[in-house]
Design a protein around this ligand. Sequence first.
Ligand code: GDP
Length: 139
Amino acid sequence: MSTNRTFTMIKPDAVEKGHIGAILDKITASGFKIVAMKMTQMSLRDASEFYAVHKERPFFGELVSFMTRGPIVAAVLEKENAVEDFRTLIGSTNPAQAAEGTLRKLFATSVGENAVHGSDSDENAEIESQFHFAGREIF
Ligand code: GDP
């Protein structure tokens, strides 16, 4: 995958609150093109693998339980400088510190339930996209 792509998830909290449409609207209005998308629910095994890098952190159990409690929307997004620009669009991990207008400021409620995931590097964007999508599902 080239460096102009990133991976995102609309997390269970935002799906539960009915924010899928509003979040996708902000994403596309910010210049990102959706090149893959699905609604799915991660199993405990999926979430443990996806967040394996955090497995020693005190919040790991909470994170896995949160991310598996309901459906998510997974997507691959394309834009020049996608990874960095999308991290700017979603804002800080903790919504209390997120800038005005960012997705987490608008839709997140806490550091754990923070509405949207965005890959933190080109390498992870590729790994995370392949975790959720088959090659023929990415356009
Ligand atoms: P991100 O890259 O901004 O998503 O943040 P991190 O990679 O540091 O953390 C991954 C995810 O773990 C965050 O998006 C949160 O959903 C969750 N998380 C991070 N810190 C905490 C915490 O202190 N408590 C809980 N419950 N979840 C956290």
